[in-house]
Design a protein around this ligand. Structure first.
Ligand code: ADP
Length: 686
């Protein structure tokens, strides 16, 4: 076994690998960039070597620098984590040349899986089932169209060099083929500089089910069961689970054995994942093989009781696999939710900022948190905006799902916009509970997840959630006054009274709560009937309608119980500064308490730049200098982390100058364009 390894990565995966290395007595070397000088992975490692500037292409992606760091510290092996250099055949080769063990597969296996069509040809030869399709060299449009006509529509065109869902087009009928073909080729050429296409049958309700495989250098191979990763946004995984729901033992072993066959077809060693599409009729098809550890490996660890990083280290050191297939079993059910700094309501645009508040659920045998950040750390523009992975486990899917919802409710982050509420909403939909899931889960359940206001929901907002939030504020204030009174010399002073008494004032509170950018003016009148206190709450939105309810309530710790029109219900409240979130059975409702503006917050600067929210490439510029734009109008499209992100106008205004063109690389934080807010809104205010 190695005595010292270098981890060519950062963040949660570097921390994750360091934990296992420590456990088995291996010294660790971290690498870091400017932005990561003080980061958790650097503190956890025994040594750390500086690589360079913050953009990863100047630090984490520079092969020579990483190799030099390993040589300087005497590390015998390099673990690449995932992303960065983990599937880079040149890096693997460079390690070999320097006699450093690459903790991963051989060069040839990485290369074999590099092209989608080459990979499919290898798999076809090994008798691994493929989605019916054409992936040959003849790129004549007529040849591909004939293949599409023969297999029947819909079909999917895919760039063979593709990744991240780019260069992919669905074609629903013969008439659309030509146009789709041209568009997919254009996108592939601009994204990968290669417009070679394949065409395959488009499955309309598939699940993404992947198999964890492991091979050693002694001809042993096992599968550590499956993960269902169907819940995806823009072809990127959001929540994963293991085992997959509704899997028969027969299907499980058939998929497992096929995955091993795929790995053996390319002489695989180490940890790998074979991704399949599973169709409604139980047929499954090879999609691709990832030649590294996956982000979602913890769910497999939770149900199998194995430490996959330890397995990787043992296999790389030449040992045999720690277990045989017969010795591996599944216990219970596990979910992983990826907690990202991003804004789900703005097309999942990555967010940045400082983690002013970071309160996580307590870790236990049921709850595991893999993270690379601490309270006070910065989520920078330079790297993937994942904050943590929340992993839960319990005896079965229902119980594990309850654990997930509870843990998401307990996660508190402030300072950075996150997807926690989105995850909670998603995990508490009936469809998710009932495992009514395929790869278009988020689109299909959009309304439930995003609480899009249909009439019923809007009605509930006015008669239930808004009154509850308003009552919470008043009751919390009342409790605070009580506490102050208890500390005061004159406990009976009318100033500390918590009933409706007010000097020369009606017994009212007024406040404004914003929900989804809409302000609601609310008055709360404390009343008495016989000896009972109740509250009459009136809510008006934008002056159009107003709604009045009578309610009673009490708060205890984080719980509020309210009775509205005889219906008693409970919510859990997260209250931090001006934000109030109510966690209910079907999702979370978040409000901002808008405080009266006394003028001190006025920002007179109506001129400024718009920053790139992350490192990436400019895909297109949609405006020209001098153009008048309205609030939320798309200005530019950037691509980063395999996704396109649209940067929108923060208000009505004028674009004075644009600093980048399509194709340019953009560093996160760079000023994209010069923008002036329109002066009219100011004069209206005055
Ligand atoms: P990329 O490498 O660009 O991510 P993949 O081939 O891995 O592309 O596919 C990404 C996702 O696209 C899959 O997880 C699945 O949701 C969907 N997909 C891929 N192929 C098909 C298909 N033939 N039918 C339906 N959906 C597909």
């Amino acid at each position: 076994m190695f005595s010292k390894i270098l981890i060519a990565n950062r963040g949660e995966i570097a921390c994750r690998i360091i934990k296992t290395a420590k456990k088995i007595g291996i010294l660790t070397v971290a690498v870091y960039s400017d932005a990561d000088k003080d980061s958790l992975h650097v503190h956890m490692a025994d040594e750390a070597v500086y690589l360079g500037a913050s953009p990863s292409r100047e630090s984490y992606l520079v092969i020579e620098k990483v190799i030099a760091a390993a040589k300087k510290t005497g590390a015998q092996a390099i673990h690449p984590g995932y992303g960065f250099l983990s599937e880079n055949a040149d890096f693997c080769r460079a390690c070999q040349q320097e006699n450093i063990t690459f903790i991963g597969p051989p060069v040839a296996a990485i290369e074999a899986m590099g092209s989608k069509s080459a990979a499919k040809n290898i798999m076809a030869e090994a008798n691994v089932p493929l989605v019916p399709g054409y992936h040959g060299d003849d790129q004549n449009e007529q040849t591909l169209k004939q293949a599409a006509d023969d297999m029947g529509y819909p079909v999917l065109l895919k760039a063979t060099a593709g990744g991240g869902g780019k260069g992919m087009r669905q074609v629903w009928n013969e008439a659309e083929f030509s146009e789709g073909f041209a568009a997919a080729k254009r996108e592939a050429m601009s994204s990968f500089g290669d417009d070679t296409m394949l065409v395959e049958k488009y499955l309309t309700q598939p699940r993404h089910v992947e198999i964890q495989v492991f091979c050693d250098n002694h001809q042993n191979a096992v599968y550590l069961f499956e993960r269902d990763c169907s819940v995806q946004r823009r072809h990127q995984k959001v929540i994963e689970e293991a085992p997959a729901f509704s899997m028969s033992e027969f299907l499980r072993s058939k998929m497992g054995e096929t995955a091993i066959k795929s790995a053996q077809a390319i002489g695989y060693q180490g940890a790998g994942t074979v991704e399949f599409l599973l169709d409604v009729d139980g047929s499954f098809y090879f999609m691709e093989m990832n030649t590294r550890l996956q982000v979602e490996h913890p769910v497999t660890e939770m149900i199998s009781g194995q430490d996959l990083v330890e397995w990787q280290l043992r296999v790389a050191a030449g040992e045999k696999l720690p277990k045989t297939q017969e010795e591996l079993t599944i216990t219970g059910h596990s979910f992983e939710a990826r907690i990202y700094a991003e804004d789900p309501s703005n097309d999942f645009l990555p967010a940045t900022g400082q983690l002013n508040l970071l309160k996580t659920p307590l870790e236990s045998k049921h709850v595991r948190i893999d993270t690379g950040v601490r309270q006070g750390d910065e989520v920078s523009v330079f790297y993937d905006p994942m904050i943590a992975k929340l992993i839960v486990w319990d005896e079965n899917r229902d119980k594990a799902l309850q654990r997930l919802a509870k843990a998401l409710r307990e996660y508190r982050i402030d300072g950075v916009t996150t997807n926690i509420e989105f995850l909670y909403n998603l995990a508490t939909t009936d469809a998710f509970k009932n495992a009514d899931i395929d790869t278009s889960f988020i689109e299909k359940n959009h309304q439930a997840i995003f609480h899009q206001a249909d009439e019923k929901q809007h009605d509930e907002l006015l008669t239930k959630q808004l009154p509850t939030a308003a009552l919470y504020i008043v009751l919390a204030l009342t409790n605070k006054n009580k506490e102050q009174a208890a500390l005061s010399n004159d406990r009976h002073s009318p100033w500390h009274m918590t009933n409706a008494w007010r000097l020369n004032e009606p017994h009212n509170h007024s406040l404004t709560l914003a929900y989804n950018d809409i302000d609601y003016a609310i008055t709360i009148e404390q009343k008495r009937q016989a000896s009972a206190v109740y509250y009459q709450i009136t809510i008006s939105d934008a002056g159009t309608t107003s709604h009045t309810v009578d309610c009673q309530g009490e708060i205890e710790g984080e719980n509020i119980t309210v009775t509205i029109d005889g219906h008693r219900s409970q919510s859990i409240v997260a209250h931090h500064e001006n934000s109030i979130s109510l966690y209910q059975e079907h999702g979370v409702f978040s409000f901002s308490h808008i405080l009266p503006d006394h003028g001190e917050n006025q920002d007179d600067d109506n001129h400024g730049g718009l920053m790139a929210p992350m490192n990436g490439t400019m895909v297109s510029v949609l405006v020209t200098p001098g153009e008048h734009v309205s609030k939320d109008q798309p200005l530019v499209i950037m691509e980063a982390m395999k996704m396109e992100h649209t940067i929108k106008a923060p208000s009505d205004g004028v674009v004075n100058e644009v600093f980048f063109s399509a194709g340019d690389m953009v560093n996160g934080g760079a000023e994209l364009l010069d923008f002036s807010t329109l002066a009219t809104s100011k004069s209206e205010e005055a």
